[in-house]
Design a protein around this ligand. Structure first.
Ligand code: A2R
Length: 323
């Protein structure tokens, strides 16, 4: 086993405390305020061989670190890391798949129920003393009963969501670029086709150019006036102007959003929409699951520098090898 203390791992920006502590214990840890190439000192450029990151990693930042071998990204979504450029530079990129599947799926179902059955508003009714003053909370116009659910992005998390939807007694259909051979769920080769076939659409597709604003005006129109849209993957998959308009005009009934196009900011117009149920990107945000993600970041670094390869390489860099 090589002496990992001789290997310098850089953490640019914020990272989960447990990951930082483990990196500091095992490796030579250096930190930077942000992943800005102009902040890289000559010593860092010489020494840094690994990154543990929860922030955007640009091609320029990768190029500023000529001895970089691996970028261990915190999160299953790695659209903020230029993985294609990393592959060209023979730099491994890892993410944190699977350990968050069930947590995100739980959150997706919670958000769906909150959106359809208005539970946050009903709780506010109780807290504001309106139950005694004004009577029972109004019956919800929407119900889960009789809904047909479409999943945009039937991958690891999508399948965990689908299992839960099935347990609720609702049919599931999906759209991916390619059909899953052994899937029990109905496949649609276009997102608009899926939206036309269902009244409840859950986006758990990854970010990036191929899904940019994929949930657009035509998709929302196809979802229809009883339509419910749930966004739990990446905000970039949604045309937010079209969504605001669809919620305002009644093109769809309601939306539940955990992710936004420009986090931690978000389009303030959503706040004025009573049919939008809003969360601050908490899909995987439990102590338990974030710790598991932090562990997988560091496990990847340790495995790589022990010469055993990356545990969870992203597809773009699966062929990258040391040296
Ligand atoms: O398209 P396929 O056959 O590669 O299926 C993937 C699908 N997908 C897409 N579907 C339609 N159009 C696209 N342009 C497109 N790009 C990808 O999304 C696959 O079934 C699914 C992603 O699944 P996984 O790679 O297993 O990701 P996981 O772990 O379920 O996480 C999904 C996303 C992350 O990327 C984060 O952004 C977020 O959840 O937390």
């Amino acid at each position: 086993m090589p002496d990992l203390k001789t290997i310098t791992v850089l953490v640019p920006g914020r990272l989960h405390d447990h990951a930082v502590a483990r990196i500091g214990k095992t490796f030579d840890l250096v930190t930077l305020d942000t992943a800005d190439p102009s902040l890289v000192t000559p010593a860092m450029a010489r020494q840094v061989r690994g990154l543990g990151a929860m922030t955007s990693i640009s091609a320029a930042f990768i190029d500023a670190l000529p001895n970089l071998e691996i970028i261990a990204n915190f999160g299953v979504g790695y659209d903020a890391v230029d993985a294609r450029h990393a592959a060209i530079r023979n730099v491994m990129v890892t993410n944190t798949p699977d350990v968050l599947n069930e947590e995100v799926a739980d959150t997706a179902l919670g958000l769906l129920i909150n959106t359809v059955r208005e539970l946050p508003k009903a709780e506010a009714w109780l807290r504001e003393g309106r139950w005694a003053r004004d009577g029972a909370y109004p019956l919800t116009a929407a119900t889960l009963r009789g809904r047909r659910v479409g999943i945009f992005g039937m991958g690891r998390i999508g399948k965990a969501i689908a299992r839960r939807i099935e347990a609720f007694g609702l049919p599931v259909a999906y759209h991916n670029r390619s059909r899953i051979a052994d899937s029990p769920y109905e496949y649609h080769d276009s997102l608009t086709g899926l939206a036309s076939a269902v009244d409840t659409l859950i986006s758990i597709a990854p970010g990036g150019a191929s899904t940019e604003k994929a949930v657009n005006a035509a998709v929302l129109e196809a979802l229809g006036p009883d339509g419910v849209f749930i966004s739990i993957g990446r905000g970039s998959t949604v045309d937010e102007d079209a969504l605001v308009e669809a919620l305002k005009s009644g093109t769809i009934r309601a939306a539940g959003l955990d992710v936004f196009a420009s986090e931690p900011g978000f389009d303030q117009r959503f706040l004025d929409l009573p049919n939008a149920c809003l969360l601050p990107h908490v899909g995987s945000a439990s102590v338990h699951t974030r710790q598991a993600m932090a562990d997988l970041v560091v496990d990847n670094l340790e495995s790589w520098f022990a010469g055993k390869g990356a545990l969870t390489p992203v597809p773009e860099t699966k062929d990258v090898s040391r040296g």
